[in-house]
Design a protein. Structure first.
Lengths: 384, 691
């Protein structure tokens, strides 16, 4: 059988796979990106709400976030596509001393890591988010360089760019097996075809563990679902992504921002988490999130909810991605994005491309070391 | 703003509701409306058709669905952006047009209690003919049932139907007007203890835990039914043509809402696109409301609606253009004119055949699509669910009542109620009532010049037989089939005129030579208002399909006893045309003549497909030609389907473009269905306890 050969086959054309296809194709590598959906970013990428930040608390994610931010920010001027980038910043609000103290401890560390973030007091917060409930407001953090983009538009643009560079996509195709010979994956089999390859990158998001099994390795990636919603558009109310990390019955944090189109996009983290890959909409979500949002920002009570959806966070035990080469010699993983695949994807794509071509730099080494598969998975992310 | 209110003050069938006039303001200027009517209708009554301008391209926005589904009628009402077609007018309201995106002001949200969870036996979505019929069956068995409707009264589209129903008297109130059937059924439901009626309640979504989220008057409710019956009816199909999104271009159903429910004179001169029953009836309703219908276009060689519906408007002087399509609605801020053209066998317009008219309204009546998204969701989530009425299959309301009745019995049986027998002929009758117009027979009226006898100008097999059942002498028989057969008269008529009064198609006349063999009297049914008649005056009479037969003199008229709002008009006609006389001409052909020169028409690809996000046919076609087959992908690029209506309008139109491009349904990945199915303020989900 005369199979088509690709230097690299990427499994998953989502937030990570699509930008990785660009980075590999830019290096002149022949790439095939396989996805079960019918176009790029139609899996859980499009369920992301679109927030993009570099203001994480772990060095690897800071580095990946900074690079990703730059790619999103400059995309339109470099390639012309409108991806609805909006540099509105991120703000974490504090209504109690415990939360404020957490920020007071974190912010100096983040500043030391080179991030543009500062503590702000209540009047500054009211200035930043006009209309925020002032009752009990203590202040919070403010990172003006963070922002947002449309996951659908972005991933579409990434896919198109990759194609322009010569990458190929196989849509509506599900990978069913990996043929391993002498500890190398030689063939990727799908429900429609099979392809020979030089290397394979698992970017399969919530299906990562299953693809890992095909390669004979166990990946500690387990899906959890989160629900999100979007409203009708209105004139700009406020700039930043507003994050409230207080816990309430049924939920941990929740956050919302106003998209470039004027629509408010919102999401909540259920507590306890909801494991599994079920993406059907629940009746609990709106009654859970609406009072919290309208409590924090009262005039949202008159804003109409347009659509709800539920997406999957491929979680890892410590809330950070896994970037590594493992199992068969030519098998790479960029998995376990923990709901941050969209905001970290472009940066990860570049690092992984250099990893595949043995061109890693100093920062890459640091990132790959921190996010390797055989780490302890003990740390807990301070600011999700 | 018009100085005089544009309201229908006299109507042959509808009576003015008990009205209380209230004052409000529009863009700061004082205005008057009727308390409780839709705010949008109040504006129409003030002559305001432009409700604002779109934020993307400043195009004028106005009424489209009049049904709470699309958000195009959004206005700032007391500072809050709201869908004006579902906001009841209150005294002192400050209404502003929506120019671009609204500003979200710092105002209190809806005053509601916290979300409530409720269980029930059966939840029926939709209080139209099928939902009501099902509720009656379930109520009779004592099953806990909640019937939900987004309007302020039960009836669904029955409340817009001023015409008499087809079918049979025994099974579905044939010969009675839809508006009256709605009241009959609602009365019956009120007597049933186990049936709860939730009005003004909008279904927002069906969720994975087998619940249904409903925005009720006092707050949000999450209902978990044992059985879910979807009786949500249909939504109107749209047709894209340049100008199709201008204020003044909307669906025939929306028109009937404005005219028949709210008694608003929303138009003066109308053109109708589509010759199905909905379009034909809309033309008739427009004439009843005193409006001018300059024409009706149907792309097929014959109208798809019942022939009697087409004929009755032709007799009144509405030109029906078969094998014609609309090319454009013209105007900058609202519809000012329309252009149509003849089409060939492949529906391509033939150059040189264009005709234009000055009109203020273009009604689109090109068919209905089932509202089946709730059913898709409920099935996906494994709920026990069924559909009834138009949601299941588009047909007449008489058929919907039947299907509701059957589904109601079926559900009762599935819920374990014993002794439920579903009569075997029910299904059969339901199927018959769903029949479209059948075979046409040659028109051959009698040429008798003595005595008294009815003439049946009914030559198409349709499911209808009240003429047979009302004849006190049993002289009318529907040949061959109890309901589908053509009616035939044999015997000695007593001249009671009941068959004239009852016929839903207005296709029966009574010819009476007893007084005079030279100038016989012909009785015709007349439903356009007695104020149009003048005793002793000469009128032009028309034959069954509208051809002018000659002149006649109005001898008099009377109300038909037992048939509300039906006038029996007596014409003194020449003997030779008496048997063929079927109507009188109301519209002056000169007044409805097209312009001498047709207007220039923009390119078809200028038509807007996604009216929420203003995406054109050309743009969508370009992407489809570039290889896009995933509607979600198309949505990501163009935003088509991202808007307020959730793809309810554009999805079918995009499918149409795909098929024009030779791309079949199998190659296409559809939009993903997501709640909410009607946009709703966050405040509805965040009600707080009073304490």
């Amino acid at each position: 059988m005369n199979r088509k050969y690709y230097d690299s086959i990427i499994i998953g054309a989502g937030s990570v796979g699509a930008p990785l296809a660009i980075s590999l194709a830019e290096k002149g590598i022949s790439v095939l990106c396989i996805d079960r959906a019918s176009s790029a970013g139609q899996g859980n990428n499009k369920c992301a709400i679109g927030g993009i930040r570099a203001t994480h608390s772990e060095p690897a994610k800071v580095a990946l976030g900074l690079r990703s931010l730059e790619i999103f920010r400059t995309w339109q001027e470099r390639y012309g596509d409108d991806i609805s980038w909006y540099q509105g910043g991120y703000t974490y609000v504090a209504y109690d001393e415990g939360t404020m103290n957490l920020f007071r401890g974190n912010v100096p560390l983040q500043q030391k890591a080179g991030l543009n973030i500062k503590l702000i007091d209540a009047p500054e917060m009211e200035n930043l988010v006009p209309g925020i409930n002032p009752e009990g407001l203590l202040g919070g953090t403010w990172s003006p360089f963070d922002g947002s983009s449309s996951p659908m538009q972005s991933c579409y643009a990434f896919g198109r760019r990759a194609e322009e560079l010569g990458a190929e996509f196989a849509f509506n195709e599900t990978v069913t097996g990996l043929k391993i010979y002498k500890n190398r994956i030689v063939t990727v089999t799908t429900d429609r075809d099979s392809y020979s390859c030089g290397s394979v990158v698992n970017c399969a998001g919530s299906f990562a563990a299953g693809v890992g099994e095909m390669a004979g390795i166990e990946l500690p990636v387990f899906p959890e679902s989160h629900e999100a919603g979007v409203t009708e558009p209105v004139e700009r109310l406020f700039d930043p992504m507003v994050v409230d990390i207080r816990k309430a019955p049924g939920s941990a944090n929740y956050y919302f921002y106003q998209h470039d189109t004027g629509q408010v996009v919102f999401c909540i983290t259920p507590d306890p988490p909801i494991p599994g890959t079920d993406t059907s909409e629940t009746s609990e979500f709106l009654p859970l999130v609406a009072p919290r949002m309208t409590g924090l920002y009262p005039r949202l009570a008159n804003l109409k909810v347009r659509r709800l959806w539920r997406g999957i966070y491929p979680m890892t035990p410590d809330g950070a991605p896994i970037l590594d080469r493992c199992g068969p010699d030519n098998h790479y993983v960029a998995v376990g994005m923990c709901g941050q695949g969209f905001m970290l994807g472009p940066g990860i794509g570049e690092v992984m491309a250099r990893f595949l071509t043995d061109e890693v730099n100093e920062t890459d080494r640091l990132v790959l070391s921190e996010l390797r598969l055989d780490r302890q998975f003990t740390s807990e992310e301070a600011l999700k | 703003m018009s100085s005089q209110e544009e309201r229908i003050t006299r109507h042959p069938v509808l009576e003015e509701h008990g009205i209380r006039k209230v004052e409000f303001t529009f863009n700061g200027k004082p205005a008057v409306g009727v308390e409780g009517e839709a705010a949008s209708s109040a504006l129409f009554a003030m002559g305001i058709h432009v409700f604002g301008h779109h934020h993307t391209d400043s195009s004028a926005q106005g009424m489209f669905c009049a049904n709470g589904q699309c958000s195009q009628c959004t206005l700032l009402i007391d500072g809050i952006p709201r869908k004006s077609c579902i906001v009841p007018l209150e005294a002192g309201m400050q209404i502003e047009s929506l120019e671009g995106l609204p500003e979200l002001r710092d105002l209190p949200g809806p005053d509601v209690r916290p979300p409530l969870r409720t269980d029930t036996g059966v939840l029926i979505l939709g209080g139209g003919p099928s939902g009501m019929a099902a509720a009656i069956e379930l109520g009779k068995k004592g099953i806990d049932t909640i019937i939900v409707d987004d309007k302020d009264r039960l009836g669904g589209k029955l409340v817009l139907q001023t015409h008499k129903f087809f079918g049979s008297v025994a099974d579905c109130h044939a010969g009675t007007r839809g508006i009256h059937i709605a009241l009959l059924l609602a009365d019956e439901i009120e007597k049933l203890e186990s049936v709860d009626v939730w009005l003004d309640s909008i279904v927002l979504g069906v969720f994975s835990d087998g619940t249904v989220g409903i925005r009720c008057v006092d707050g949000y409710r999450i209902v978990k039914p044992e059985y879910l019956l979807i009786a949500t009816g249909a939504r109107e199909k749209s047709l894209p043509f340049p100008g199709s999104t201008l204020p003044g271009a909307y669906g025939a159903g929306a028109f009937q809402t404005l005219v028949n429910r709210d008694l608003v004179r929303c138009a003066e001169r109308i053109f109708i696109v589509g010759g199905g029953n909905v379009g034909l009836i809309a033309a008739y309703h427009a004439l009843q409301a005193g409006m001018t219908v300059v024409g009706l276009a149907e792309a097929l060689p014959v109208c798809g609606g019942y022939k009697v519906h087409a004929d009755k408007i032709k007799r009144l002087g509405v030109p029906v253009f078969t094998r014609h399509t609309v090319l454009a609605a013209h105007g900058s801020e609202k519809v000012e004119a329309v252009t149509i053209a003849e089409v060939d066998d492949s529906f391509t317009p033939l150059p040189g055949t264009e005709k234009s008219w000055k009109v203020d309204t273009v009604l689109v009546a090109v068919g209905l699509n089932p509202v089946d998204e709730f059913h898709r969701k409920a099935s996906q989530f494994g709920m026990k669910t069924m559909m009834a009425g138009d949601a299941e299959e588009i047909a007449e309301a008489s058929a919907a009542m039947f299907s509701g009745k059957i589904q109601g019995l079926q559900i009762a049986r599935e819920l374990g109620v014993e002794d439920i027998s579903i009569p075997s002929d029910l299904h059969e009758k339901a199927e018959v009532l769903k029949s479209p117009g059948g075979e046409l027979f040659p028109y051959d009226p009698p040429d008798i010049r003595e005595g008294v006898f009815p003439v049946l100008h009914c030559m198409q097999e349709i499911p209808c037989n009240p003429c047979m059942t009302c004849c006190p002498k049993d002289l009318i028989d529907t040949s061959g089939h109890p309901i589908m057969g053509l009616p035939e008269f044999h015997g000695s008529c007593v001249g009671c005129e009941k068959c004239v009064a009852v016929c839903p198609g207005l296709a029966v006349t009574l010819v009476d030579f007893r007084e005079s063999s030279e100038r016989p009297l012909v009785t015709i049914p007349f439903e356009l208002g007695e104020w149009l008649l003048e005793k002793g005056s000469e009128v032009t009479v028309t034959g069954w399909e509208g051809s002018v037969l000659g002149k006649a003199v109005i001898a008099g008229w009377k109300k038909a006893a037992g048939f509300p709002h039906t006038t029996l008009l007596k014409l003194e006609t020449p003997a030779d045309i008496a048997c063929r006389t079927a109507g009188i001409l109301i519209q002056d052909p000169e007044e409805i003549a097209p312009l001498e020169e047709p207007l220039e028409v923009p390119l078809p690809d200028d038509a807007i497909i996604c009216r929420c996000e203003r995406v054109s046919a050309g743009e969508i076609r370009r992407h489809i030609r570039s290889g896009i087959r995933d509607m979600n992908h198309l949505k990501a690029i163009t935003r088509a389907g991202f808007g307020a209506c959730g793809g309810k309008t554009c999805a079918a139109l995009i499918e149409r473009i795909c098929s024009e491009e030779g791309i079949g349904g199998r190659e296409i990945t559809d939009f993903t269905d997501r709640p909410l199915f009607a946009e709703t303020e966050l405040g509805w989900f965040s009600g707080a306890d009073d304490e």
